[in-house]
Design a protein around this ligand. Sequence first.
Ligand code: FCB
Length: 460
Amino acid sequence: MTTPFRFPDRFVWGAATAAAQIEGGATADGRGPSIWDDFCRQPGRILSGDTTATACDFYHRWPEDIALMKQIGLHAFRFSVSWSRILPEGTGSINQAGLDFYSRLVDGLLEAGIRPYLTLYHWDLPQALQVRGGWLNREIACHFADYTDRVTSHLGDRVKDWITFNEPQIFIGLGYSEGSHAPGLKLPHLETMRAVHHVNLAHGRAVPIIRQRVKDSQIGFAIATKIGIPAQPDDPACVEAARRLTLEPEWQPDHDLWLDNVWWPEPMIHGRYPDVLGQNLPAFLDALPASDLVEIQQPLDFFGFNYYFGRIVESAVDRPWKVLPERPGEPRTLTGWPLHPEGMYWASRFFHERYRLPLYVFENGLSSMDWVALDGRVHDAQRIDFLTRYLRQLHRAHAEGIPLAGYFHWSLLDNFEWSRGYRERFGLIHVDYATQVRTLKDSARWLSEVIRSNGTFLQP
Ligand code: FCB
């Protein structure tokens, strides 16, 4: 008898967003500036000089957007809280109007039968904390704990699912090392690793607060992923090369160190940093209070990852893996990211083997050239094809017994794609930024069928 093509019974189908990318209302009702508001003001930082000022105006239009979520049939909505909307100075006095906004949003979601998944930090640090050193200043861990305390005490009676950090790799890597994201710094490894560590410490301090404040809480994180995909999946040496690329750090002078997965889940889940860190940056470990790793290692309920594309690898005799070059004419999304659906399966498998927690895919999707056609619809056939491929690979992981808790599409709405501004359209819903008119794309209608059938609609 063949097993029916379905996802697990309580599998959560959702869509994801982030405050800075959708809310707008940048100065509304007492909100303070974030590092992204400031970054947008710096000439040449954002494509076309786009800004976060209005975005999708979700701050005012959320009831309409909840109605659209309901129409799609989403079980859950992942959003982030803008820290400077709640605490305009990053610490100190609270902006009640900001908290009330999230409170109404949560009520609206629950009334519509949609489960809120709350990300505490999706990159938009209050500018007031940036001038005090941002993630380079160890005090930030206390400020984050305080912010977590405020948010949980107001929303914890209704929000049960908590994500501490979204993609620390990217906001530290691009923000502190590579310089293309806010706050635009280009620091050496030692400083970058200090920022990494302060994120970990902030996570470690926030988790017990959430546990204490929120009855029946479910807590985890959402990391970006550097995934190895074996070029020859039947060759154990090749699979091992892909596993090592996924789970081990690299240490080369010119390597984007921060991109490696291990800097976050290893201390958060196993309470340790990979040995390579001490070997290469002894000054970092020497300065580390021993109790930090104890604080950072907290029991978690799920392992969340965001997956867009991977790296195709082979085994090699002289090094742990060899990344294959791009194939001529390889399919790519508008962002330029290659199409690598199999990575969905391999990411699930490797993270399950190492961390043994229920897995959520908290982001996956693509930017494509979507516009409203003459018939008034948005025919995003490439998104449907992309999702079919990626979701079938996710199902493959489920069919092998890997525990999957849910899948969140990036994104609900077209939105502000950081330094790439509004040109990139990642949404299930098209947004006309001049009029704020929303149009469900074909993919949104298609996803409704996938959700309704819990995946059977994807059956080859
Ligand atoms: C991820 C981010 C998310 C969005 C997608 C396309 O790296 O977490 O905010 O920009 O990429």
